[in-house]
Ligand binder design. Sequence first.
Ligand SMILES: [Zn+2]
Length: 120
Amino acid sequence: MPDPNTPAPRAGEPARITCSCPVCGAMTLPADSFDLVVCASDAGRSFYQFTCPKCSGLVTKQASERVVTGLSARGVRVTSMPLEALEAHGGPVLTMDDLLDLSLALSKSDAVAATLSATS
Ligand SMILES: [Zn+2]
């Protein structure tokens, strides 16, 4: 978890944030190494992520409201959770066979045109 008590940077210095990679351990990274995604309707779904400079792993962690406040105050990029991520999904899971069938169907331009004309 980033330490929200890390002092604010002096003028001209990039903010540095203490964080931890599950593989490499604790480290301090500049604020622009992080992305913070905030979910306004469900604070429990907010998260931050960074790419570990040692192992290149993408580290993603839940962001409490305290962490959101601390990271945004230090200049971390903040984006809103896309609405698509909040949609409820039903139906069967998309499989590799489904994707291959779609790829084959799309490769036949006549079939695509027939499908589009049938639906319009
Ligand atoms: Zn790492």
